[in-house]
Design a binder for this molecule. Sequence first.
Ligand code: PHE
Length: 449
Amino acid sequence: MAANRGQFGSRLGFIFAAAGSAVGLGNIWGFPTQAASNGGAAFLLVYLILAFALAYPVLMAELILGRYTHGNSVAALSGIARGPVTKVIGTGTGLLGILVASMILSFYGIVAGWMLGYTLSYPLDVVGASSAADWLTGFTMPRNLILMGVFMLMTIAIIMGGVKEGIERWSSRLMPTLIITLIALAAYVLTLEGAMTGLRVYLIPDFSKIFSSQLILSALGSAFFSLSLGVGTMLVYGSYISDKEHLPSIGAQVALIDVGIAVLAGFLILPVMYVAAERGVEIFSASGALLSEDTLILTVLPELFATMGTVGVALATAFFSLMTIAALTSSISILEVPVAFIVERFDWSRKKAAVVAGGLIASMSGAIILDFENLFGAVIALSTRYGQPLLGLLLCVFVGWVWQRNTLLAELKKNDPHVAEGLFWRIWPVYVRFVCPVIIAIIFYRSLV
Ligand code: PHE
């Protein structure tokens, strides 16, 4: 199997791809808006702790398992099983991961389609095609369907190209663009009237909120979603890493970039809200809470940009391109999960697998669009609130308890003969065995009751 599988061409290529998967709407949209409504810096602090103490060990579990088996998520989990029972559970966990990944992509593709629509609408408006621009930003069923379809076609096209020519090549082009755009936008926004108030909200913690279970739950969900955990994305990307690479350090780099970009996005989004308030845009809801999530991105920001004339058009185009790029490098990583499985399990060509899996997921998105009211929120909650933590838990149990310790150590020794004496090996195995499953279970239980 390993012979004709794809592989990332370079370490940097892998880091761009994995960071591209991790950095997405979750970082630039989800994290800052949740921070805004959950006590600003208090949320930031809890998020940072959870990201490094819980999400990073799970990320490592996925990367190591993927690299060891050099196979898709189902093959990997059933591959380390010790008997028929664990084999069935492993296969089931892998398949559940594929299902949850598909659910995530089905709502992600819709939101990404909106981002694409907003990106195109601003330049169209400038050249006088204002009815086309209005159509692209109006919430109608045909527009939602078409934009989602276009975005899914872009995702499918990249995945058809394969690991090196598709995923690595596009992530390496798009990620630097994303980082530069984000820094430039934040730097500009910080010079505007009102920005400092937003900065204060972001950086001065409201400690009264720090132990709220709502805050901890949102921060954990945010960290898991943001690092693309549980559904097998990182496992599959890990399976394309060369045996020469030192996994703990490249995993750490990916986690650092992901967290870094979420934090950086906070320096853009929170100040932007208060700049908008300064210009008369409503940023608080009737109950006094800060407007967040969809209203923030789809109402507050466009209203702010509208007060800024030509600069506003440029800023808006840059901002929504940033969102579209972030979404694209994530969506390809999600589609790769079912595609890798189909190619290896049923021996299909990559192109056929990408078209069929992508087409099926796009029809799921279509169904959500047709019954938006009932399905959109439900699919998000089911996949990200319950699916991802549950899968993360199962993964820890597999890597911590089912996988033989010697094989695990041998895998890590491939590029670091002294790993057993290092800090990572002293801490991480205990973490995936005890700490992660217990904490995830507690948080998960609390989210149910
Ligand atoms: N990490 C991505 C984001 O932050 C979303 C994602 C979730 C990607 C799960 C892959 C798997 O937007």
